[in-house]
Design a protein around this ligand. Structure first.
Ligand SMILES: Cc1cc2nc3c(=O)[nH]c(=O)nc-3n(C[C@H](O)[C@H](O)[C@H](O)COP(=O)(O)O)c2cc1C
Length: 315
């Protein structure tokens, strides 16, 4: 799957609570990336009797999403094996291991960015996953846990694992998303990849807003193979395309979101409210419309509030 991509290819970043089955279908309608990633799923949850059902729910995919990569996290090599062995049968084209999540609970459990501090265990988890599947295995990580220069030892550790792809979010765990991404380090990261693992696709992530910006970065850094966009979809769900949506397009996309939410969401109604700004922003009445929508308690009420207020408030 990775070798079929033409560079620069674009990827929808995994985002917990955002890029679920419903939201990925919104992006599919607006204009798909070359590759989708799921939110992350915990391997120990999949491996337990209690957690399996929930894990499988998170790993559902819709027709038309392929190629799609399942992202998983954890710290138990046996559980990586068990989860990895199931993913091909669930329709995935690749498996990605999260070694960058800064969440305190995830890190306390030894997963996500905490893996940067336990490189031997990280390697063991990669090996376990690879041993259990014929799917290509990739890793998404950060520059380091505390200091940016940790990348000089951490990335070679990962690049020695013959990964299909490596995504580098250009910040440390400590930096969270509070400082600008370290684009200045891209040339050095390309050199490491070229020297240690020329077959591994290099994907850059952090502050990349849209297709146009990715294409510009490709001109500046031709050695990068792919670009991953996360929060850019909040500013423009059409960010993988060259199309500039009208306010009517965004309204229709919102209505589509409500329909999909009714049919397929596993999340509570309140979570829908995080998305209002995606569809209603940048026009004189959009903030007021969002405020009115906040009062809605069901998707039916949201549709009614929209019908009653849209024309006067947004146009
Ligand atoms: C709400 C939210 C949830 C996220 N969940 C995940 C996740 O499940 N797995 C992961 O690897 N990264 C996760 N991330 C990090 C993003 O994938 C990405 O690395 C980060 O947002 C930087 O890229 P951006 O500047 O394009 O947003 C999350 C980010 C956000 C904002």
């Amino acid at each position: 799957m990775w070798n079929k991509q033409t560079s620069p290819f674009l990827i929808l970043a995994p985002m917990e609570g955002v890029t679920d089955l419903v939201f990925r279908q919104i992006i599919l309608k607006a204009g798909r990336p070359d590759i989708f990633f799921t939110e992350f799923t915990n391997v120990s949850s999949y491996a337990s009797e209690k957690g399996r059902e929930n894990a499988l729910e998170r790993l559902k995919i819709a027709p038309g999403e392929n190629p799609i990569v399942a992202q998983i996290w954890g710290k138990n090599p046996e559980h990586f094996k068990e989860t990895a062995s199931a993913l091909e049968g669930l329709g995935f084209d690749g498996l990605d291991i999260n070694m960058g999540c800064p969440d305190k609970n995830v890190n306390k459990a030894g997963g996500g960015a905490a893996m940067i501090k336990t490189p031997e265990l990280a390697v063991e988890c990669i090996k376990s996953a690879k041993s259990a599947t014929s799917l290509p295995v990739s890793v998404k990580t950060r520059l380091g846990f505390t200091f940016t220069d940790e990348y000089q030892t951490w990335l070679p550790t990962l690049l020695s694992q013959n990964l299909a792809a490596l995504t580098v979010h250009l910040r440390t765990r400590k930096e969270m998303s509070k400082v600008p991404a370290h684009f200045e380090l891209i040339p050095e990261i390309i050199n490491l990849r070229d020297a240690l693992a020329p077959e591994t696709k290099l994907i850059i992530n952090g502050d990349i807003k849209n297709r146009q910006m990715a294409e510009q970065l490709k001109l500046e850094y031709p050695g990068v193979d792919g670009f991953m966009i996360g929060r850019g979809v909040f500013e423009n769900p059409y960010c993988f395309t060259d199309y500039q949506p009208t306010i009517e397009d965004l309204k229709n996309l919102f209505l589509y979101h409500l329909d999909l939410f009714d049919k397929e969401s596993r999340l509570p109604f309140e979570t829908l409210k995080h998305f209002f700004k995606v569809y209603f922003h940048g026009t004189p009445g959009s903030a007021e419309l969002r405020n009115k929508l906040m009062a809605g308690k069901t998707t039916t009420e949201l549709r009614e509030i929209l019908t009653q207020n849209y024309e006067t408030m947004v146009k």
